[in-house]
Each structure stands twice: as C-alpha cells, then as structure tokens.
Design a binder for this molecule. Structure first.
Ligand SMILES: NC(=O)c1ccc[n+]([C@@H]2O[C@H](COP(=O)([O-])OP(=O)(O)OC[C@H]3O[C@@H](n4cnc5c(N)ncnc54)[C@H](OP(=O)(O)O)[C@@H]3O)[C@@H](O)[C@H]2O)c1
Length: 247
C-alpha cells in the first residue's frame, strides 16, 4: 500500500471528486478525515469503505465558516496525532452572466472556493510546519487557466486558488511542504446541478453532452500520483482534460 498510515484531510468528500479521492486513499491504506456538510452522504461513504485497509473519520463541517474549518483540522489531528496531506477540494460552480447575476451565488463561490481553501490551509499549516513535512493539494480547474463566458466569478475563484498555491509554495518549501494544484476539465459529477441560472445550466449541459467527460476516479488517480512521488519530487500542477474537450 502506497499511503499506509498517512493522515489525509479531504474536503468536499460527500460526492464527486472528493468522494472518489477518499476511496482511492483508503484503498492505499490512508487514514482519511472526510469533510462535507451532508452527514448522510458521509455516513454512507464510511459504510462503503468499512473494509479498509485505511480508515475514514466523517466530519460534518461547512468549510466556508472559519471556525468549522479549524475544528475539522483539530479533530483530525486529535484523532491521529498528525496531518500529512490536505486535499482542498470542496467547491461550487454557480455559473451565469455578470449582468443581473444573483450576487448570493458570488458570495457562495468566493466563500467556499477561495476562503474555504484559505481557512483549511491556515488550519493545517502549523501542524505540517511542526512535522517538517506535509502536502497541500488544491483543486482548481481548467477554469483557473482559461476563461469562459458566463464563468467570470467561478474563473476568478479558480485563478485565485492557483495564485494562492504558487505563492504559498514559495513561502513553505523550506519546511518540506509540497504544493500541488489539480486542474480538471469536465468531470461527470453533480457540480453543475446546483447552477441557479437556467441559461448557464443549459450551456454547460450542452457542452458536456458533446464529449465523454472525465470520471471522478480519473482525478483521484491524478491526486494519488502526486501524493506517491518520492519526497524530493513536488508535482506542482496537473492539468487534465477529457480528450474531446477543446476549451
Ligand atoms: N466537475 C467538474 O467538471 C470540475 C472541473 C474542474 C474542477 N472541479 C472542482 O472539483 C471540486 C469538486 O467538485 P465536484 O465536481 O466533485 O462536485 P460535487 O460532486 O458537487 O462536489 C462538491 C463537494 O463540495 C462540498 N461542499 C460544497 N460546499 C461546501 C462547504 N461550504 N463546506 C464543505 N463542503 C462543501 C460538497 O459537499 P456538501 O454539499 O455535502 O457540503 C461536495 O462534497 C470543486 O472544487 C470543483 O470546482 C470540478
């Protein structure tokens, strides 16, 4: 097993990429704190992975609330005594044109996609610096590399994740902490189902129906690749698109 005994905190673990990542890590022997708001989904995941070989600790938390992000990290450290990896994956994609946008959608994206990543990072960093070892894996997007109409605020949040990650790497590499940004193209998950703007929802559904999208397991495999490199290798960025995706 490639991650035997490693302690990993995964946010957004109740569905999609986060859920698949927890499963992939547990299969490699990791001890995983699975964080999300939907307790029933976390409980179902714990049940599904009960056979191990790794372990899952379900933590119900809204990572857009600083105190809850901090508490999730504290509970993980209390349970297992360390935190080797943070996979900051929780995110929302509420697409729509800027003109007449529902600004509540903007606040949700900024709060979860940016502040959520920042709060979780800030909460685990002291532990990793004490350990003189750690790995931060931040889930950005193709939308953090190129922009699309009707995606201005989502793209802004994902560009922010990339800028934050690379800046942070320059601050902490001497503490032996690695930083990886994962940038998926279209992945078949429930992400787009939460879009509140009907036109934008239709636009993205049409785009995705014209290709074979990635599966969550494809992204989990990319994360596993980054995590299983030798200690002197820091995979900084992985951009991974469906073969048929142009943008
Ligand atoms: N699917 C794609 O095509 C694609 C492409 C590029 C990047 N991404 C990125 O990949 C990440 C995962 O998305 P996904 O596609 O797997 O979508 P998903 O299935 O909708 O998963 C999103 C996860 O984030 C969690 N979450 C949302 N708000 C949260 C909050 N305030 N606190 C804690 N957890 C929260 C959700 O759990 P609860 O609702 O239970 O809290 C869920 O587990 C996101 O950052 C997304 O931007 C996705």
């Amino acid at each position: 097993m490639k991650l035997n005994g490693k302690v990993v905190l995964v946010t957004g673990a109740s569905s999609g990429i986060g859920e698949a990542t927890v499963a992939a890590l547990v299969k490699e022997g990791a001890k995983v704190a699975a964080v999300a708001r939907r307790q029933d989904r976390l409980d179902a995941l714990v049940k599904r992975l009960a056979g191990g070989p790794g372990e899952v600790l379900p933590i119900k938390a809204d990572i857009a609330e600083e105190s809850q992000a901090r508490d999730a990290a504290a509970r993980t450290e209390k349970k297992w005594g360390r935190i080797d990896v943070l996979v900051a994956n929780a995110g929302v994609m509420l697409l729509g044109p800027v003109y007449q946008a529902n600004t509540e959608d903007w606040r949700r994206m900024v709060n979860v996609n940016i502040l959520g990543v920042l709060y979780c990072t800030h909460a685990v960093l002291p532990v990793m610096i004490r350990q003189k070892e750690g790995h931060l894996v931040n889930i950005s997007s193709v939308a953090g590399r190129v922009v699309f109409a009707q995606s201005a605020v989502y793209c802004a949040t994902k560009y922010a994740v990339r800028a934050f990650s690379e800046t942070l790497r320059k601050e902490i590499y001497q503490d032996n902490i690695r930083v990886t940004v994962i940038e998926p193209g279209a992945v078949a998950t429930e992400l787009a189902t939460h879009i509140t703007n009907a036109g934008a929802k239709e636009m993205i559904e049409q785009l995705v129906s014209a290709m074979k999208p990635l599966e969550s397991e494809d992204i989990a495999a990319a994360i596993l690749y980054a995590l299983t490199q030798p200690p002197h290798v820091d995979v900084n960025e992985i951009l991974i698109r469906p073969t048929q995706q142009e943008l």
